[in-house]
Ligand binder design. Structure first.
Ligand SMILES: NC(=O)c1ccc[n+]([C@@H]2O[C@H](COP(=O)([O-])OP(=O)(O)OC[C@H]3O[C@@H](n4cnc5c(N)ncnc54)[C@H](OP(=O)(O)O)[C@@H]3O)[C@@H](O)[C@H]2O)c1
Length: 359
């Protein structure tokens, strides 16, 4: 029925360091024919996430490693183009684990997570459902709401501050009246974080004197650390915690490229500071909290409607660039949410209304 091909990436080898062609191979294959209980989705946007790098490894994780030979797992948004399911009619815009491919089959028997149909009319542009109003924005919201619990006047530190999760976390903390200090990988990113996102300060973690600059930017110590990076940045922040501080362990991207073995993350952290400062540290995985997504999206859409949230995206055209895109996260050459635009919708997409409509 479909004469075009499925453009996809298959995992051939578990990478060490940057992902190469030998690790993640781009292939073109026939699009599978669907049967009863299935629907075919054309991917429109693919989210490129740091955690994809973990999924390629064999480390002990919250989800099984992607098997060698399989299409690479990834979160996407697509449109149903053929269907034998009443709940996923042709034309519906859906989100789920589409994978690194142009066409995915919805099949409850094999899907690792259920697909969801996006609301009609869409309260914002499609791509935003993978960014500010998608899993990255929701991660920022839940991490702060459940673990960070920032109070007005407290100092909140956000690493990878110019990135997808960090940019939203810092803006939420600002909206809550906190003194917000970001860390980012260039002076240009830091200028964007303060001037556009409204953080109070941002420290270039590649500057030789970044520790001194950080101490000057957070003179009253740290009440909440929204941790996206780990390693020496996290360790320095841990040594500046205030009494009762909370560390939101969201991500440890500085460690992911070393994650080849079962438990490969190393590095020394000043865990003893949790005792000295009666501080707490808790990890979480956004995918565990699907029941909270409407609450989070409602809050984020509200901030958007009030003009308090700048939803930055870096969009790259073409599924064939997925591997390079993934590497960009580790080079730091993205700003805000990194996405691939895989295809334009063939069928009409439900009209977009302004974000304020959902507030
Ligand atoms: N717990 C959860 O449920 C959950 C959900 C989503 C994401 N996360 C985590 O949140 C973090 C951010 O994810 P994201 O999607 O928003 O990515 P992102 O911040 O948009 O992109 C990653 C950024 O990390 C920084 N980075 C990369 N390698 C680094 C290193 N060695 N040292 C310091 N900084 C480095 C780079 O920024 P600079 O140029 O500024 O250094 C890069 O732009 C990741 O750790 C991710 O795993 C967790």
């Amino acid at each position: 029925m479909f004469t075009e091909l499925n453009h996809c990436f298959r995992l051939r080898r578990r990478p060490t360091g940057r992902v190469t062609e030998a690790d993640l191979e781009y292939v073109e294959e026939p699009i599978p024919a669907i049967g009863p209980g299935q629907a075919l989705v054309r991917t429109l946007y693919l989210s490129v996430d740091p955690t994809n790098r973990i999924w390629m490894s064999e480390m002990r994780s919250y989800i099984d490693p992607v098997p060698l030979g399989a299409v690479m797992r990834g979160i996407g948004i697509g449109q149903v183009v053929a269907s034998e399911r009443e709940d996923f009619p042709v034309g519906a815009i859906v989100t789920g684990l589409t994978g690194y491919q142009s066409h995915a089959v919805i099949d409850d028997a094999t899907d690792e997570m259920p697909y969801a149909v996006l609301p009609e009319p869409l309260p914002a542009p499609l791509s935003m459902f993978l960014g500010a109003l998608g899993h990255t924005g929701i991660t920022a919201y839940l991490g702060l709401e459940d673990i960070g619990r920032p109070q007005p006047g407290e100092t909140v530190v956000v690493s990878a501050a110019a990135g997808a999760v960090g940019s939203i976390a810092g803006q939420i903390a600002k909206a809550r009246g906190c003194h917000v200090v970001g860390l980012a990988g260039s002076d240009e990113k830091c200028a964007y974080v303060t001037e556009t996102l409204g953080f109070d300060a941002c420290v270039n973690h590649k500057a030789a004197d970044w520790r001194e600059r950080f101490d000057a930017a957070a003179p009253d110590g740290v009440d909440v650390d929204f941790e996206n990076v780990g390693g020496e940045i996290m360790d320095h922040v841990m040594n500046r915690l205030n009494y009762g501080a909370r560390i939101v362990v969201c991500g440890m991207i500085s460690q992911y490229e070393a994650s080849s073995g079962e438990n490969a993350w190393g590095g020394q952290l000043s865990i003893g500071q949790l005792i000295m400062r009666r501080a707490s540290m808790r990890g979480f995985v956004v995918l565990d909290h699907a029941d909270r997504f409407p609450e989070a999206i409602g809050y984020l859409a509200g901030l958007l409607g009030e003009g308090k949230l700048h939803p930055e995206e870096t969009i790259v055209d073409g599924i064939e660039h997925a591997r390079d895109c993934l590497n960009r996260l580790f080079e730091g050459s993205n700003r805000g949410k990194l996405l691939l635009r895989v295809a334009d919708a063939e069928l009409p997409v439900p009209a977009t209304e302004v974000a304020a409509a959902t507030a």
